[in-house]
Design a protein around this ligand. Structure first.
Ligand code: C5P
Length: 220
């Protein structure tokens, strides 16, 4: 199987770019952030604080997660319910960053991610794909952009979906999430030594896709 790992901070364009490229080259696109988000949603619904490691760990046996792929589009099911849309809120984003620092949560999701990769050619995105989940991936990319650029993209995404958004708040959330993801002890966000770094600041989506397609053509 061929594995392309894409890591990077929130809002760097990973998912949009990876989804488009996967469709073009016939790979499955796996958005691992959706798994952390689904756990976060369950935790929030249970009234537990995402940072409360013992309480979150105690909830894990109640959680059954699965990913389905319909025409290349990933759907995430939480205890049988499709939560693909419900997990796309700023509250769930922050909570996902909270639960993702808990080693038991990462262990819980590790097997599912590896199983999908064993059975498919994948472009998988997240924070620790090149470093932990798929250390032997044939190609590793680290996608980044300035915090302001990333916040602008997130802000526009939220507005396009009709959600109420405040740019300053989106930027503050992105900075806080970066900080949490980089500083955590287990599987922090970092560039794998053998990853190619791509800075998408100032690029249009089409420019970033063309840039990555070029790297994929050259390296694979
Ligand atoms: O990618 P996305 O923004 O949806 O991820 C939500 C959160 O899940 C991230 O801020 C990060 O804390 C966590 N995450 C992670 N490891 C991954 C994917 C996501 O820790 N592989």
């Amino acid at each position: 199987m061929i594995h392309i790992a894409i890591d990077g901070p929130a809002g760097a364009g990973k998912s949009t770019i990876a989804r488009r490229i996967a469709a073009q080259i016939g790979f499955i696109y796996v958005d691992t952030g959706a798994l952390y988000r689904a756990v976060a949603r369950y935790v929030l619904c249970a009234g537990v604080r995402p940072e409360d490691a013992p309480a979150v760990t105690a909830l894990l046996p109640q959680i059954e997660l699965s990913l389905r792929f319909q025409n290349g589009v990933q759907k995430v099911c939480l205890n049988g319910e499709d939560v693909s849309e419900a997990i796309r809120t700023p509250e769930v984003s922050m909570a996902a960053s909270g639960v993702s620092a808990i080693p038991a949560v990462r262990e819980f999701l590790f097997g599912l991610q590896q199983k999908i990769a064993q059975e498919n050619n994948v472009i998988m995105d997240g924070r620790d794909i090149g470093t932990v989940v798929l250390p032997d991936a044939q190609l590793k990319l680290f996608l980044t952009a300035s915090a302001e650029d990333r916040a602008h993209r997130r802000f526009e995404e939220l507005c396009a979906k009709g959600q109420k958004a405040d740019y300053a708040q989106v930027l503050a959330d992105i900075r806080r999430r970066d900080e949490q993801d980089i500083r955590r002890k287990t599987a922090p966000l970092k560039q794998a030594e053998d990853a190619v770094k791509v800075d998408t600041s100032g690029n249009t989506l089409e420019q970033s896709i063309a840039l990555l397609r070029g790297i994929i053509r050259e390296k694979l």
